[in-house]
Write a protein that binds this ligand. Structure first.
Ligand code: ATP
Length: 359
């Protein structure tokens, strides 16, 4: 999977910009706030149809302009694939592959396998369970279309069930039959989601631990644990036993939408007990394991975006990661850094071609 060129129009701080990339290593360098992360985010946009950093689509249009266009030309399995994401104020976002617009954006997910490592990943440790579920979902759905379909369907039924619970409370009424339809549907989708998350983590956790050991070279025991209500039984029974609680809360309090990943260091939560360095190593290991997993499942090396990588690792470690391109483990890498010299020094150690873009 190679991104050959990228063209941006009115994307965040870029008015009009064209990049022609190296097939292996590309570095965006320049001062703070110049747009290095935005360039990486544009590439992320082509893979996921949205920004990694700003979920509010309209805020990705350059201030004072009416639309943005992100246009990328890829080579995948020796074929050229042209992906265009565009958004005009007042209209719906459009994602096109080779000139044809997708009806459902979810059909595009997984087509451009990509992993990003960024300082913003710390949200995975400090924010709520939603961030960690999104992480799991984004990893699995890059190689499993049915999984994403089940998650989307589950979320739709869930919001219908929540709306119904609200309606019951507002109108002081109750209808067990209508609720039973939603319970049945949630039960079906949650079974699939739970099974796939469990299977995924059984494969993922050993890869993650291996990555952590290699990065940190330290003795502490780290672990990931999957937490789900569904370990206590089928959702249909849990919904039944929590009915009074759900009626009082006016939303669904059990289900796979409450799943979480627990991050542990020596059996204690890493959020409270991990040092800064341990947390950074933990996040990098998580993302590199994501890379390994996607590659294992799809047979394609994902594009790797390393945003502000020196924030997380010293130069030796960065070199160690980038050098993986030498053994062809990685396909194509994009790096952002404020220091051109530092980046070039590290990249030059690796006998590969590279391009440096001074923004
Ligand atoms: N919609 C937008 N329109 C115009 N400018 C925007 C928009 N969204 C973000 N920006 C600008 O983009 C700049 C930030 O760019 P970016 O995060 O890519 O910087 P960076 O080069 O990675 O910096 P750092 O080294 O500090 O991480 C800011 O100046 C911000 O104001």
């Amino acid at each position: 999977m190679i991104l050959n060129s990228l063209s941006l129009v009115n994307y965040k701080n870029f008015e009009s910009q064209v990049f022609n990339f190296d097939a292996k290593i590309n570095c965006f360098v320049g001062a703070n706030g110049i747009g290095k992360t935005n360039a990486l985010d544009a590439i992320y946009h082509l893979a996921f149809g949205k920004s990694y950093f700003n979920p509010i689509a309209l805020q990705n249009i350059k201030h004072g302009t009416e639309f943005f266009v992100v246009d990328g030309s890829f080579t995948k399995n020796e074929r050229t694939e042209k992906i265009i994401v565009s958004l005009k104020r007042g209209q719906k976002k459009i994602i096109k592959r080779n000139g044809k617009a997708y009806d459902k954006f979810s059909d595009h997910i997984g087509f451009i396998p990509l992993v990003i490592i960024s300082p913003a990943d710390r949200d995975l440790i400090i924010e709520g369970s939603d961030t960690r579920r999104k992480f799991i979902d984004s990893v699995i759905s890059q190689s499993d279309k049915n999984y994403l379909t089940a998650v989307i369907a589950y979320n739709k039924v869930l919001s219908q069930r929540n709306a119904l619970l609200k309606y019951f409370a507002l109108n002081n009424t109750f209808n067990a039959d209508t609720l039973a339809i939603y319970n049945e549907q949630l039960n079906t989708y949650s079974k699939e989601i739970f099974k796939k998350r469990d299977e995924f983590l059984n494969v993922f956790i050993p890869i993650f631990k291996e990555r952590y050991e290699a990065i940190s070279q330290s003795k502490e025991a780290i672990d990931l644990k999957y937490k789900s209500d569904l370990f206590d039984g089928e959702l249909i029974n849990l919904l039944e036993s929590n009915l009074n609680k759900d009626k009082a809360l006016q939303y669904t309090s059990v289900g796979t939408h409450k799943d979480d990943l627990v991050f542990l260091i020596d059996d204690f939560p890493i959020k409270k007990f991990g040092s800064q360095g341990q947390q950074k190593s933990f996040l990098i290991a998580l993302k590199l394991a994501q890379f390994d997993f996607i590659k294992q499942q799809s047979g394609v090396s994902p594009i790797l975006l390393l945003d502000d990588i020196f924030d997380k690792l010293d130069e030796n470690r960065v070199a160690q990661i980038i050098s993986l391109v030498d053994d062809d483990h990685f396909g194509q890498i994009f790096i952002s850094d404020t220091h051109a010299d530092r980046t070039e020094a590290v990249v030059k150690q690796i006998h590969q071609s590279y391009k440096l873009f001074k923004l």
